[in-house]
Design a protein around this ligand. Sequence first.
Ligand code: S1T
Ligand code: MG
Length: 551
Amino acid sequence: MPSPSTLAQRLVDALLARGAREIFGIPGDFALPLFREIERDGRLPILTLAHEPGVGFAADATARVRGGLGVAAVTYGAGALNLVNAVAGAYAERVPLVVLSGAPAAHEAVSGLLLHHQVKQLDSQWRLYEEITVDRARLDDLERAPQAIARVLDNALARSRPVYLEIPRDLPGRPCAEVPAPAPRRWDAERVAACADELLARLRAARDPLLVVGVEVRRYGLEARVAELARRLGLPVLTSFMGRGLLADADLPLAGTYLGLAGDPELSRRVEASDALLLLGVIVSDTNFAVSARRIDFRHALVAYDDEVRVGHHVYPELPLAALVDALLERCPLPRSAVAAPPAPPSYPQGLVEDEAPVEPADIARAINDAFARHGPMPIACDVGDCLFTAMAVLPTALLAPGYYATMGYGVPAGLGLQRASGQRPLILVGDGAFQMTGWEIGHAARLGLDPIVIVFNNGGWEMLRSFMPEGGFHDLGAWDFAAMAAGMGGDGYTVQTRAELGAALRQALATRGCFQLIDVRLAPGARSPTLQRFVQAVRRLSMPEAVVAS
Ligand code: S1T
Ligand code: MG
C-alpha cells in the first residue's frame, strides 16, 4: 500500500503542472523539512546560491526565459525578507515568481515566546508580502491547502506576477489531497469581439499606425502569434525599452526600439506622431516613455496591458492579451502589404578595430555584434548601468534585464537562471558596482554545470549616477581586479584595457567551455555609451527645457 502523498509532493505536482522545472533556494531551520521532502521527491531539483537576492533573480530569469513559474524557496524571516527586492522587481516587471517560505509550526506560534527570525509580529512577513504579490496563502490547514495552492499558482500565471506560499515547518511531510489541475482562463467573448472590431477600425482609419510590443507578449508566450498578427496587419513593429529582445527569433523585420530622445530621431518622431499606436503588453512607464520629445498623446494610443484594453476613452476590463490577439488574428486571415512604409531598419555597429586604443562601451557592443555575426546570437542577461544602454546597440537577441524596476544585482544571477532554463550559454553584461552586489554568485556556476561569459564594465564607480550628478563625490568604487578573482571562483579571467585585448579575450572566452569566462573591461572614468549620453541629455533637456544643456 503506497504511503499517501505529502503536502510537499502535492506542491511539487502543482508546480510542475504549471511550468516549474527547478527551485532556487537557501534553507533555514524553518525551511529544512520542506527542502528535505522536496529533495526526497526528486522531481524538482533545488539549486542553492549564496544570497537570497541572487536566488530571487535567478528564479525570476527562469520564468522569463521559459514561461511558466519560477520558484524561490527560503526560510522565514531573514531569508524571506532578504528576498523582498527581487520579488518586488518581479512584481513590477510582470514575472510569475513563486515564493515558498518556511514558517514556524502552529505549536511554536502559540508558545508565547518570541521566535528567532521574528520581526514585529509573527505575521509581519505575511503582511509585507501582500504588497509585492498578487496572491498568497498560508498552508496551515491541510484540508484547504490543495484549493489554496491551485488558486495561488493559477493567479501567478494569469496575472503574470509573484505569489507567496507560507508553509509551517511541521506540515511538508504530512498527507495531503491532490491539488486541482491548472484552471483555464475565462473571458467575455462578446467583449473581446467588440474590442477587436473597434481596434481594427481605428487601425484601418489611421494615417500611420504602428505596433509596439512589450513584456507581456513574452510573459504570456505570445511572440509567435504577435509576429503573425504584425504580418497580417501589415504594421511596422517596434519594441519598448523593456521589450528589447522580443521577436528577435521571429522572421519579422523589426523597426528597432523606441527610446524617445535617447534613440533614433526619425523612429522617435514617427512613434510620437502616430495617430494609432498599438501598444501590446507595454508597461506605460517612465523608463519606456519618459524621454519623449513630445509627450505621446495616449488618447490616440490603443493600449492592451494588465488584462485591460484602452481604445481612446473606451476601457475594456478583464480582457486577457491572448484573447485579444487571437480575436484580431481571426479577423485578419491573410497577411496584408505594409500599410505604411516601415521605418529604416536600425543599424548595429560592427567591425571592432582591434588596436591599442582604450575600450569605450560602444566598442563592447561592436565586439559582441562581430561575435554574433560569426557564431550566431547568444541570449543576454543584463544588469542596470551603462551596460544596459550599451545593450541597445547589440543585434536583436533574447535580453533579460530589469528595464523598468531597474534594480542592480540582476545580471549575474539571472544569467545563471537563463542558462539553467534555456540550456543556451548566455552573455552577462554587468557594471562593477552591480557585480560587487551579486556578481559573486558566478562562483556557483561550475557546481551548477553552467558556464556563462561575463563582461564587466569596470569603470571604477557608479558612472550612470555620475552622469546625472557629476559633482557628487560619492560615485567612486576604487579599482577592483575582477579578472584576478575569477580563478578563485572556478572560472577564467581576462583583464582588458585595449580594443585588441577585447577582441582577443572575447574570442578566447567563446572558444572555452565548461567554466565561466570573466572579461574585466577597464573603462576610463567618464567613458559612456552613446545611448547613455543621449539619455542623460534628454533627461536634462526635459527637466530643464530652458537651460542650455551642457555638452
Ligand atoms: N541600488 C540598487 C539595488 N539598484 C539601483 N538601481 C541603485 C541602487 C541606484 C543606481 C542606479 S545606476 C547605479 C546605481 C547605484 C550605478 C551602477 O553602477 P555600475 O553597476 O558600476 O554601472 P555603471 O558604472 O555603468 O553605471 C539606477 C539609476 O537606479
Ligand atoms: Mg561602474
